[in-house]
Design a protein around this ligand. Structure first.
Ligand code: ZN
Length: 701
């Protein structure tokens, strides 16, 4: 809904300016005033029915605009402000800020249900100026309908924070955010709407502006950040990047964030840093796997400077604000210049200088491709889910859908939200059900989204290659018309910021590699036979199972990459390094398990002799006997094979095992599913082994 007259620049009246100044001085001190560009936004919003999109760099002061606009609108007898904001921690800060600004603010979220009715009452009787909600809360049928139906006609201002998330052209589209634009359709035509973002290129900006209404005023400022010294070091091996961070961390100013792409990277990098510095340089990981309290504690540690750095995935995101953050290092960049700009923009907001470093590597391409495709719906699976819901007697919970369709829970949640955006399903307090509205896969749209994401990845590749001034490239990719050379990035200077090394020392690299390689993963034994064509189903009897085993190298763990490749191709030095690690892993493990192997056998599944070579070394060290188990030739099942097919194959292709006694250490070169380990262990147990301890050299993902 848009007013017939498009919102124009409307200067503040002296009375309005006095109201705005009162808010700003109570927030930021007696001398604080709105800047011209901020005043322009407040003036536009004071016009009933205005639609304003503000695209400004982080730290520009967007919240000052919506607090001032709220006060001006309230002073003129307008209704309260609804702020849709993505993060709880951000909302806590915002309620505190609004209160300092003399506004009465409240928030509703899942942790304060007891307060909801009081908040609703206060909104309706006019004693509340500001309500902050998350997009998820707004999309919730109970709250969304009850509060918005009562309130929609009376709001003075709606603020959509981080509004790029409304657009699925954006890199971090959130389906719940899409519901926000539905809310806009139900508003009183007199309600003004402000959308804010720091990180939107022209395509996303246009899409957001379209969703706000045709007469949207877009206020765009320069996005370059003077304090940031951008640097790229290209083509470090994955382990070298860990070593660089561990070595150079003390050289970086103040405290900061080291971003990594995966949770596994976060844990390994923390270990690497502790290997070099012990407790001298406190660091902690920060990932989506931590509970909310623990994350808040670690954020506080960084805010207070009690840690040198948090090693974080993108879970440390919107809403974290430490104005004196001294540096941001990326061990692998996110796949889009928009997210990259957002993450580096956390550094140096209130500093003259902050260091930004991207350690790039070709191995990140695979992760980028995963990010690009992960949220694109698969039409077959969507239809499977819709059929399941249509045939159900009533609404289905997410776990029930998972059990019925075999689609992972997290994926089911995302699919349901995407289908809800398209109107094909709806959520009630009992779960999800179909609306009866047909759903069609918009292939053209998703092909477009995928193409945009791949183009964004190409821009990051150009950034990594240093094709031009890094700040210029970044701000140009955000369609900033004021983009220009910064004079201080590693491309402008022709070198990285003085004092920082280009490569880690070989000793640091070796020390970190050795420590990380000793960090073996536990291999949980399978408990159930697969049934199906395998015939046998149900629990594997205790007398046929393996003990909990160990995996030396998991997937593409960077500490193993070079060593493993060389060891597989027979390199003596690499095999010696592998054997050293295995000896200490086996010693720790068998001591902890209280079992000493009497016999050491090997199982080479990939045609080489790596497992037997390692077993030979372990036999020498432990003065044990043993030999290789045989495998019959055959065509192995492919990657998509079911567990039953794999289990049948290995049952039929493992040579019969001679009689054995005592505990057996079973060394296996490489497996993905683990079925050959399960079947070999069962065969060894049947042949007389009291216990089987599987040691897998490389478990592929
Ligand atoms: Zn530059």
């Amino acid at each position: 809904m848009t007013s017939s007259e498009p919102p124009q620049d409307a200067p503040l009246t002296p009375d309005q300016r006095a109201v705005a100044d009162r808010v700003i001085t109570s927030l930021a001190g007696p001398d604080a005033r709105l800047r011209d560009d901020q005043e322009r936004a407040v003036g536009a919003l004071a016009t009933p029915g205005a639609r304003v999109l503000v695209v400004q760099a982080t730290g520009w002061g967007k919240s000052a605009v919506y607090w001032a606009a709220t006060a001006v609108i309230r002073a003129a007898g307008g209704g309260p402000t609804l702020i849709v904001s993505p993060l709880l921690s951000l909302m806590r800060d915002q309620v505190a800020a609004a209160t300092r600004g003399g506004l009465r603010a409240a928030t509703v979220h899942s942790a304060n249900i007891d307060d909801w009715s009081a908040v609703e009452a206060a909104l309706l009787d006019g004693s509340l100026d500001v309500l902050l909600v998350s997009p998820e809360r707004l999309a919730n049928p109970g709250f969304g309908r009850r509060v918005l139906d009562a309130l929609a006609g009376r709001l003075g201002l709606v603020v959509i924070d981080e509004a790029h998330a409304i657009s699925d052209w954006g890199h971090d589209f959130r389906p719940d955010y899409r519901r926000v634009s539905d809310v806009l359709q139900t508003l009183n035509p007199q309600t003004s709407v402000l959308a804010t973002t720091a990180t939107a290129n022209a395509r996303v900006t246009d899409d957001v502006a379209d969703q706000l209404g045709e007469a949207t005023l877009v206020l765009r400022g320069p996005l370059a950040r003077r304090s940031l010294h951008l640097n790229v070091i290209d083509d470090l091996a994955p382990l070298e990047r860990y070593a660089w961070v561990a070595q150079e961390l003390p050289m970086l100013p103040g405290s900061g964030i080291v971003y990594v792409l995966t949770v596994a990277d976060a844990d390994r990098l923390v270990t690497a840093i502790r290997t070099v510095h012990g407790d001298e340089l406190p660091v902690a990981s920060y990932t989506g796997g931590l509970d909310a309290d623990e994350r808040a504690r670690r954020e506080d540690d960084l805010l207070a400077g009690r840690v040198k750095a948090l090693v974080a995935t993108s879970a440390l995101g919107m809403g974290f604000d430490k104005p004196d953050l001294g540096f941001v290092v990326h061990v692998g960049s996110p796949p889009s210049p928009v997210s990259y700009y957002q993450q580096v923009g956390r550094a140096g907001r209130a500093l003259d200088e902050a260091i930004v470093m991207l350690l790039a590597s070709r191995v990140d391409d695979a992760v980028w491709e995963h990010f690009a495709t992960a949220t694109i719906p698969d039409p077959d699976r969507m239809n499977r889910l819709l059929t399941t819901l249509a045939e159900a007697a009533g609404p289905m919970t997410v776990p029930a859908i998972e059990a019925e369709t075999g689609i992972r829970r997290g994926r089911v949640e995302l699919m349901c939200k995407q289908l809800a955006v398209d109107g094909a399903v709806e959520r009630s307090s009992d779960g999800w059900s179909t609306t009866g509205r047909p759903w069609t896969y918009d292939a053209e749209h998703y092909a477009g989204v995928l193409a945009v994401r791949r183009r964004e990845a190409d821009i990051m590749r150009a950034f990594i290659r240093g094709e031009k001034c890094l700040m210029r490239l970044l701000t140009e990719s955000l369609d900033d018309p004021a983009a220009q050379e910064c004079g201080q990035c590693s491309v402008c200077r022709g070198e990285v910021t003085p004092g920082l090394a280009l490569r880690p020392d070989p000793e640091t690299l070796a020390a970190i590699g050795a420590v990380l390689r000793r960090d073996a993963q536990i291999l949980a034994p399978r408990k159930m036979w697969p049934g199906g064509e395998f015939g046998t189903r149900g629990r594997i009897p205790a007398e046929s199972t393996a003990e909990a085993g160990r995996v030396l190298a998991f997937a593409d763990a960077p500490q193993w990459r070079d060593v493993l490749d060389a060891a597989k191709s027979g390199d003596g030095q690499a095999r010696a390094a592998l054997a050293d690690t295995a000896v200490s892993v086996v010693a720790d493990w068998t001591r902890a398990a209280g079992i000493r192997p009497d016999l050491i056998v090997s199982l080479d599944l990939t045609g080489g002799d790596l497992a037997e070579a390692l077993a030979t070394r372990l036999r020498e060290v432990g003065r044990r006997s043993g030999g290789p188990l045989g495998v019959r030739a055959g065509t192995r099942p492919g990657r998509e094979a079911t567990g039953a097919t794999e289990a049948v194959y290995w049952r039929d292709h493992l040579e019969p095992v001679p009689p054995v006694t005592g505990a057996v250490l079973l060394v296996v070169d490489e497996t993905g599913s683990g079925w050959p380990v399960t079947l070999a262990a069962a065969a060894l147990r049947d042949a007389g082994a009291d216990a089987v301890l599987p040691l897998v050299i490389h478990q592929t993902a």
